[in-house]
Design a protein around this ligand. Structure first.
Ligand code: ADP
Ligand code: MG
Ligand code: MG
Length: 203
């Protein structure tokens, strides 16, 4: 079973990964966007860690809802509301149980990812974060929530698969054909987020 501490470790691990990879995320965003993705997520996840430190959020759902709210209020770019929605909706789907089974998290993440697709109007193949998130959720569901490592590998592969895609949503879509040949920054950060999930389990 996964308790609130597991979800706190997930968010802290995501913040650390974003810090470590901020330069790379910004480089990717400078190729097909406006070079702020690393800084956007660093600011957002730093706020998440700070908010969690000051809040007793004692259930998995409460941890994710709080994290989502912080991302929405601190990240100005497109990714803030999208990641915020992912975590908030996943957290709401977990309800107020003190502990959740991995299979419940798999189901809740599916709800969260669907909310991202609805908010952004994007689908798989549009060269966005969904190209990492959707395969991750599928891999997790296939293992009945048992393999966060499989989800992380699927997210990594999904992020890599955005290289040859032409962007159809977000800032990169303004480039049209010129977006081809670059990895999507948001798909890359999504792979970090799912990787941190696997890391929280190992901890
Ligand atoms: P901004 O583009 O506002 O500067 P960021 O640089 O923080 O925001 O985030 C860019 C990332 O957001 C993109 O790489 C992409 O993955 C994701 N993104 C942008 N628009 C959408 C959308 N409509 N649906 C899903 N993801 C999106
Ligand atoms: Mg940007
Ligand atoms: Mg921006």
């Amino acid at each position: 079973m996964l308790d609130a501490d597991f979800f706190r470790r997930w968010m802290t691990g995501a913040a650390a990964a974003v810090d470590r990879e901020a330069g790379r995320l910004t480089d990717l965003d400078s190729a097909i966007g406006d070079a702020d993705h690393g800084a956007n997520l660093q600011r957002g996840f730093a706020a998440v860690v700070k908010a969690l430190e000051g809040d007793p959020a004692g259930t998995p759902g409460a941890v994710l809802v709080l994290a989502g709210r912080e991302l929405i209020s601190t990240v100005g770019g497109a990714s803030g509301p999208l990641y915020g929605t992912l975590l908030r909706r996943t957290g709401k789907a977990l309800g107020d149980a003190a502990e959740v089974a991995p299979v419940q998290l798999a189901e809740a993440l599916r709800v969260g990812v669907a909310a991202v697709a609805q908010l952004g109007g994007a689908k798989a193949g549009d060269k966005t974060m969904l190209d990492a998130l959707e395969p991750a959720v599928e891999a997790l569901a296939e293992s009945l929530g048992a393999s966060f490592a499989a989800a992380a590998e699927a997210a990594d592969r999904g992020a890599l698969a955005t290289v040859p895609m032409r962007a159809r949503k977000g800032r990169a879509s303004y480039l049209g054909e010129r977006s081809v040949g670059h990895q999507d920054p948001g798909a890359t950060s999504s792979a970090l987020l799912i990787g941190a999930l696997a890391g929280a389990e190992a901890a």
